[in-house]
Structure formats: structure tokens, C-alpha cells
Design a protein. Structure first.
Length: 170
């Protein structure tokens, strides 16, 4: 199974993702800035590496992440649906993804607690966790009840796990 852990770090002011698995992982991120919602991807993280995906001070408290394990199948998913595509992308807006020719993908929420910098750790685990609902008032439309993956709360220095869909525990 795949697990997510997050932490605030006093280092450079960036949004970073670390792949602490034995697999290659593809990552997409979503966020809201002064111009509205944006999703960007793909960052391809080799096994046991970290990469800065957004440079500079964080512009929002909440960020959204979707990741896929290229080698073993599984994914880190959530209930915040945003637009993606198979190739490199930057997409403005989260509505009408399919009508605009994009895929509609479930991202999990990361609460940075309004820190200037944040690191998300993608890891493997055999533990399953509870589902993490969107916070009240979130403008993102939640999907129907999930059929595979579940996400847990993301809090500083406390691991949160994601149960992958389409893969088996290792």
C-alpha cells in the first residue's frame, strides 16, 4: 500500500514532493492563486528522490496532489476533482474537465497550515486509514463515494496514509 506523510520544513520556501518508495512515481499538483484554480503535471520522481514542484513562498494554505506508481500500479488519490491530461500540462480551472478535453482526476488535500514551505512524503505501508472529506465550503465538487482509494488527514509531522486503488499490499 502507499502512504503519504507531510511536514513543514524551515528550509527554502517551496512545495516539495519526496518519493520514498521503491518505484517511479508521477505527480500532479493543484492549487488556487489570485487568478483561480490551476493544475500542473507531470513531475516524474525516481525512487527515493525529492523534487521541488512549486518554487517560492506558498501562495495558499491548501494544495492538492495526485500521484501514480508507474511500476506497481497504485495511486495516491482524493476527493478533490481537478483536470489533468496524460502529457505535461498546466490547466486553468477545475470545471468541465471532460468537455474541455481533459481527464477528471481525484486529488488529495494537503493542509500546509499557512507555512511558507511544505514537503509531502510519498511512502509505502500496509496500514489502511479513514477517508478525509473536503473541508466545508470547498468550491471543488466532491465525486460520488470512492470505490477504491481512501485518504487520511494530512497534518504536520503526522503520517497520513493513502490506500492505493489498483494495486496489492506489498
Amino acid at each position: 500500500m502507499l502512504v503519504l506523510a507531510t511536514s513543514a520544513k524551515p528550509a527554502a520556501a517551496d512545495f516539495r514532493l519526496c518519493n520514498n518508495t521503491g518505484s517511479r512515481v508521477g505527480v500532479a499538483v493543484g492549487y488556487k492563486d489570485a487568478d483561480g484554480w490551476t493544475t500542473e503535471g507531470w513531475w516524474n520522481l525516481p525512487s527515493r528522490t525529492c523534487e521541488t514542484v512549486l518554487k517560492g513562498n506558498l501562495v495558499a494554505r491548501y494544495y492538492y496532489v495526485y500521484a501514480i506508481d508507474y511500476d506497481h500500479g497504485g495511486e495516491w488519490v482524493g476527493q478533490a476533482y481537478m483536470c489533468t491530461r496524460d502529457k505535461e500540462f498546466t490547466i486553468r480551472g477545475t470545471s468541465d474537465c471532460l468537455a474541455r478535453g481533459y481527464d477528471r482526476t481525484g486529488f488529495f488535500e494537503v493542509d500546509t497550515g499557512e507555512q511558507r514551505a511544505w514537503t509531502v512524503q510519498l511512502t509505502e505501508s500496509s496500514e489502511q486509514s479513514q477517508q478525509h472529506p473536503l473541508r466545508p465550503g470547498n468550491p471543488l465538487v466532491p465525486p460520488p463515494p470512492p470505490t477504491g482509494a481512501r485518504a487520511a488527514p494530512s497534518t504536520p509531522n503526522a503520517p497520513a496514509s493513502i490506500t492505493p486503488s489498483g494495486s496489492q499490499s506489498r
